[in-house]
Design a protein around this ligand. Structure first.
Ligand code: SDX
Length: 424
């Protein structure tokens, strides 16, 4: 905190407001006192609003920097794995070898779901979007853990974290199996986190399924790159839901619902749909022109970001991973990847995108890797939700383990002023 002050003059009012500095990023003006002056701030979309204080993730959008507890995402993607990143986001430090092993062993003890939960799936149509199913079954976890609903107890919060980290892959794979009409595959505790997920996705009871180490590593890399991202729309949803005292399973379900939108986590699915609609490199210019046309709702999916006005560092790592996976699979001439690279090149050289600082974001290349791994397009946002669960939980945990108030924004009211109902 600092002793800086901001002076606000409104009409004949002159208001002094405290200004705080963090360890990095912009200073913030504390506007909490404005309501006593009969004033609100106005910031639809929260473009200039810091909704909370946090120590988890820092983004420098102008310079394309993403730090988790101070560690650059590029280094975490290169040197760690997803479960170590989960530990880091939750506890603030990377685990020692002993802490890491204990964390993994505990996660493995929670990978199965209550057998009763498998009946929930039968209520859905086989062609239900898996994000609709995930909203339902993750929220339904609340119905199974009454023994750990006192979240003022740190130990109960920790058990909830393990349950969510461990069960999300199991539930996600069940969504896929249900849509295929195939039997659910139980988790395998002899496999790594990512390999276990791929095994549950693609194995069948009929024969041994060997998980490719290359694909397991790519899957784990994708989990790392999607783990957390400051106060994005779905994380803010989780924080707001949590501020009412709702349990973490219900809060995570609200995050899944918010992530589903194509402007947010649904963009990875929308990128593949867009590339399929473009169909051929010869039509790229046509679609870039549509993205620039204000009368056309079409946007270049996987491009642009509220915070990054430079390259999304995750997109760079994702593009390199894409190269690696496609080369390993002998798909380096994959037409989708070639078209995506051509689209990126054209957009980055176009004045419209340059002027608006629109760059590829995390969703632009992830879908191409997921498709190469064999994940159906409809499951792309489910993968994002699985990975982001640790980010959502870490922010919920940071909030509820400190002092917090229920979130309750106000508004600029422009509707009818008081009037009487006419006598009949
Ligand atoms: C994620 O917040 C996070 O951190 C999210 C995320 C995370 O990890 O949690 O990073 C994950 O959601 C990534 C974003 C995925 N979404 C998409 O790829 C969908 C396409 N992108 C856009 O819809 C858009 O860029 C947003 C939603 C990502 C950002 O929207 P903003 O910040 O509200 O920006 P804006 O809509 O005000 O756009 C500014 C200008 C506008 O033009 P002008 O009115 O100034 O003329 O840029 C244009 C927009 O029309 N623009 C685009 C565009 N994105 C912005 N034009 C064409 N194609 C695009 N993709």
């Amino acid at each position: 905190m600092t002793d800086k002050k901001a002076l606000l003059s409104v009409g004949d009012q002159s208001i002094e407001l405290p200004v705080y500095s963090g360890t990095a990023g912009p200073d913030v003006v504390d506007v909490r006192g404005l309501v006593q002056q009969g004033l609100f701030t106005y910031d639809p979309g929260f473009v200039s609003t810091a909704a909370c204080e946090s120590k988890i993730t820092f983004i420098d959008g102008a310079n394309g920097v993403l730090l988790h507890r101070g560690y650059p995402i590029e280094q975490l993607a290169e040197k760690t794995d997803y479960l170590d990143v989960c530990y880091l986001l939750l506890h603030g430090e990377l685990p020692s070898a002993e802490q890491s092993q204990k964390f993994r062993d505990t996660v493995k003890n929670h990978t199965m779901i209550h057998d009763q939960m498998s009946h929930f799936f039968n209520g859905f149509r086989r062609d239900a979007h898996p994000m609709a199913v995930m909203c339902g079954v993750v929220g339904a976890l609340s119905a199974f853990y009454h023994d750990t609903m006192d979240f003022s107890d740190e130990h109960q919060r920790e058990i909830a974290a393990f349950r969510l980290i461990a069960k999300m892959p199991t539930l996600a794979a069940m969504c896929h199996k249900y849509s295929m009409g195939q039997p659910f595959i139980y988790p395998r505790n002899d496999l790594s986190y990512a390999a276990n997920f791929l095994h549950m996705m693609f194995a069948t009871p009929c024969e041994e399924y060997k998980v490719s180490p290359v694909l397991a590593k790519a899957m784990d890399r994708i989990f790392i790159l999607h783990a957390d991202h400051e106060q994005n729309a779905s994380t803010s949803t989780v924080r707001l839901a949590g501020s009412t005292g709702a349990n973490p399973f219900a809060c995570i379900a609200s995050g899944i619902a918010a992530l589903w939108g194509p402007a947010h986590g649904g963009a990875n699915e929308a990128v593949l749909t867009m590339l399929a609609e473009i169909g051929d490199e010869s039509r790229i210019e046509e679609f870039v022109d549509r993205a620039k046309d204000k009368n056309d709702p079409f946007r270049l999916m996987g491009f642009g970001h509220r915070v990054y006005k430079n390259f999304d560092p995750r997109a760079k790592v994702m593009r390199e991973t894409c190269h690696e996976v496609l080369r390993e699979l002998g798909l380096q001439d994959d037409p989708l990847f070639r078209m995506a690279q051509k689209l990126e090149k054209i957009a980055l050289e176009d004045e419209y995108f340059i002027q608006r600082q629109l760059y590829p974001n995390v969703d632009f290349y992830s879908g191409i890797i997921l498709k190469a791994i064999g994940i159906p397009v409809s499951m792309f946002t489910v993968i994002f939700a699985m990975s982001r669960t640790i980010g959502w939980f870490s922010h919920w945990n940071e909030m509820v383990s400190g002092n917090y108030r229920i979130g309750r924004p106000r508004q600029l009211y422009t509707g009818p002023t008081k009037r009487d109902v006419p006598d009949q």
